[in-house]
Ligand binder design. Structure first.
Ligand code: NAD
Length: 714
């Protein structure tokens, strides 16, 4: 089945429509490129053609970019092949700019990556006013730069500053923003794209302006050296801020475009292929491709028994209007779900309602509250004070204080207030789901839906199945979580489920290191250098020392006896230092800027508990932190708490902020090689909790990895 059809909307005007059979979007795979080359060849041989229009047969999608599955298969190919593929793509697209007649890309829907490059090689681009129409170069998000002329055509089309913003930042532009930047010749309703394209072709024939532009686009940009220097320093600061020096592609794109802007296009193209080839298949590129596949895998997962009847959620109920409850209610309302939130304390309900309205009214583009949004969403939020107010809901999520007795009372009232089909769920972070379900009459329709704080920012949600939770409940909740734009991973019941259990192991190791003499700053710095978004000590202060002890207690007790509550945290707590909220925790925040400062009082506390001081290198500190999480991950897999290794990596990336440029914790271990991991663990063999579980040793001896980079099971 061909992906491209050639038609003639006017006798001499060719229309090439991309419509990849069996796919939701168009992708620039090798076969599509080959077909495109054939069609261009065919057109070249045909006399009298007056114009060519490129368009897509897919609704809302011009091109989604390269075919990533094909792309990942090429990660192992020799560099020479990667370079050749880039050069061939450039040469193929360049044919568009050498035809004897004008060419137009008529873009409706997303136009990304290779698709944006294809459009950039056309003489003109027109956009539909469809809200989904966007143009962008997301290559840096995969650790790459555009390699089919994007870095050469874009600065020459829209100016270097705009090109740097698009290519180094990797964010897409709306059609309107793209027009303002100078990408497009027209912005029309989707059904007007073809007439607009025909009109522009006629105009180009009259003015011959496209020929002048073709010449200009071949030439170097005439940029004053001062301007180039200014752009370099501005962009470098921004890139450093965003990447912390850990993602090489944006800086590589910046350096490349600064170097090639003063060259003729042909020379610049060669350099683009060279730089792209250098990045392709590198550690960061592979890690980010792995993260892409992890999220893609997650999208395809439907929960347990995907053939189960899924209960659609038409009305959501939330109990508790605190930090989490109001965040969950806002997520429901933003997804256009009628949501009823109740709280036992009127003041708390008032505060929570205000928080929901503020959040749903916030426009992330203008970064301002938006009255129109508030008016649209506010009618979807209902409030109440008792469980009976939730009678008409299909799913109720409980988010009251973390006290088992309280939660059980709530559920017993709730069960008699709602229909037996209503799904009941708890947002508990540490109480076993099976324990909460014990007194329910219908425990099969009960599960955990564990959101992370702050709900609006954290994508991950753990869907926790208790012993009696039914497959249909899990499948329905997975569908609901996806509907509100979050990423569900299904986990089995156990203290801390998956993510908080990893976090506990990591935080526990942090305090063990401190006990052994490592300074608070050293341990935080080691975590930051590894790529964690915040150091573990700073995280303790952020979460609150009191909360950490409270949640920690439930987990420590169940933690295979390998970890304990550190005397340090108890002493800090007893000193009345609860973290940022009280101005003092492990660090002191009692200064004008409220930044973390070392505090001699804490040093005195630490000195009381430290025994013999050991000296560790930064690398050793990192090893202890990361290996402790890795060992916990293996135990979580062994115990069947996580269903598969991919879910652990997703959980850590989207629940804890594990660095994407490392691809995930288990992916990181696979990359290092499990025999190497065992070797590193030998250095710590005197510590019982650092002993490798038998399954890890066996996996290493069989030469296996946790999982292979790629699409994963269906
Ligand atoms: P919170 O103290 O901010 O809110 C709890 C709310 O529940 C309060 O408004 C309180 O008035 C209300 N409440 C108490 N008893 C009630 C009852 N019987 N009926 C109705 N409302 C009642 O707490 P939070 O931080 O939002 O945590 C709520 C739950 O979410 C806990 O189980 C917690 O473990 C879990 N959780 C918290 C976080 C976090 O970081 N805060 C993260 C994940 C999960």
């Amino acid at each position: 089945m061909p992906a491209l059809t050639l038609s003639w909307p006017q006798p001499q005007v060719a229309l090439l429509t991309f419509d990849l059979p069996g796919k939701r979007v168009n992708l620039l795979s090798r076969s599509v490129l080959a077909e495109f080359a054939e069609k261009l060849e065919l057109l070249n041989q045909r006399p009298g053609v007056a114009g060519l229009i490129l368009t897509s047969g897919k609704p809302d999608a011009f091109f989604a970019g390269a075919d990533i599955t094909e792309f990942s298969a090429a990660l192992h190919k020799p560099k020479s092949e990667v370079y050749e593929h880039s050069r061939q793509g450039q040469q193929l697209f360049a044919m568009l700019s050498q035809l004897e007649y004008p060419t137009i890309a008529a873009i409706d829907g997303i136009c990304l990556g290779g698709g944006a490059e294809l459009a950039a090689w056309c003489d003109r681009r027109i956009f539909s006013s469809n809200a989904k129409t966007q143009i962008g170069f997301p290559e840096v998000k995969l650790g790459l730069i555009p390699g089919w002329g994007g870095t050469v055509r874009t600065p020459r089309l829209v100016g270097l500053a705009n090109a740097l913003q698009m290519i180094c930042g990797g964010e897409s532009l709306s059609a309107r923003a793209a027009m303002q930047m100078g990408w497009g010749s027209d912005l029309v309703p989707a059904e007007q794209l073809l007439p607009a394209a025909l009109r522009i072709l006629a105009e180009e024939h009259r003015t011959r302006a496209y020929l002048k532009d073709r010449e200009r686009l071949q030439r170097p940009l005439e940029l004053h050296p001062t301007e180039a220097d200014f752009l370099r320093s501005m962009a470098t600061v921004r890139i450093q801020e965003e990447t912390k020096g850990q993602f090489p592609a944006p800086q590589a794109a910046l350096e490349l475009m600064l170097a090639t802007q003063g060259m003729p296009a042909e020379q610049a193209l060669e350099l683009e292929s060279e730089r792209m080839t250098e990045l392709f298949g590198g550690l960061v590129n592979r890690a980010l491709v792995n993260v892409y596949f992890l999220t893609d895998y997650n999208k395809r997962q439907a929960g347990e028994g995907s053939d189960q009847e899924i209960r659609s959620i038409h009305a959501l109920g939330v109990i508790g209007a605190g930090i989490m409850g109001s965040g969950i209610a806002a997520a429901g309302v933003k997804s256009e779900l009628p949501t009823t939130m109740i709280d036992a304390i009127p003041l708390a309900l008032e505060k929570g309602t205000r928080a929901v309205i503020e959040e749903v009214a916030f426009d992330k583009h203008t970064k301002q509250p938006d009255a129109e949004r508030a008016l649209r969403f506010a009618p979807l939020l209902h409030t109440g004070s008792i469980e009976a107010d939730l009678a008409a809901t299909d799913l109720v999520i409980e988010a009251v204080s973390e006290v088992a007795v309280l939660k059980r009372q709530v559920f017993s009232r709730l069960e008699s207030a709602v229909s037996p089909e209503t799904i009941l769920a708890s947002n508990t972070s540490s109480i076993p789901i099976t324990k909460l379900a014990a007194s329910l009459q219908h425990p099969h329709r009960f599960c955990g839906i564990h959101f992370f704080n702050p709900v609006r920012r954290m994508k991950l949600v753990e869907v926790v199945r208790g012993e009696k939770t039914s497959d249909a409940t899990v499948a329905s909740v997975v569908a609901f979580v996806k509907r509100i734009g979050k990423m569900p991973i299904v986990v089995n019941d156990g203290p801390g489920f998956v993510v908080n259990r990893m976090l506990s192991a990591y935080l526990n190791e942090t305090l063990e290191l401190v006990l052994e003499g490592v300074s608070l700053r050293e341990v935080d710095q080691a975590a930051l250098d590894f790529g964690m978004p915040i150091g573990p000590i700073a995280l303790y202060d952020l979460v609150g020392i009191d909360t950490a002890i409270q949640v920690g207690r439930t987990m420590y007790e169940s933690f295979s006896g390998l970890v304990k509550i550190s005397p340090i945290i108890v002493a800090v707590y007893k000193a009345g230092r609860y973290g940022i909220k009280t101005g003092e925790g492990f660090y002191s925040y009692k200064n004008k800027q409220g930044v973390a400062q070392d505090d001699p009082e804490v040093e005195k506390i630490l000195a009381r508990y430290r025994g013999e001081i050991r000296h560790y290198s930064a690398e050793q500190i990192t090893q202890r932190l990361v290996l402790s999480m890795l060992l916990e991950a293996v135990r979580v897999l062994d115990e069947g708490i996580a269903r598969n290794p991919r879910d652990i990596d997703l959980g850590l990336i989207y629940g804890l902020g594990f660095p994407t440029f490392r691809g995930g914790l288990l992916y990181w271990a696979d990359t290092l090689g499990l025999p190497q991991i065992l070797k590193l663990l030998e250095d710590w063999s005197s510590i019982p909790r650092m002993q490798p579980p038998a399954s890890l040793v066996e996996r290493a001896s069989r030469g296996e990895r946790f999982y292979e980079l790629g699409a994963g099971p269906a």
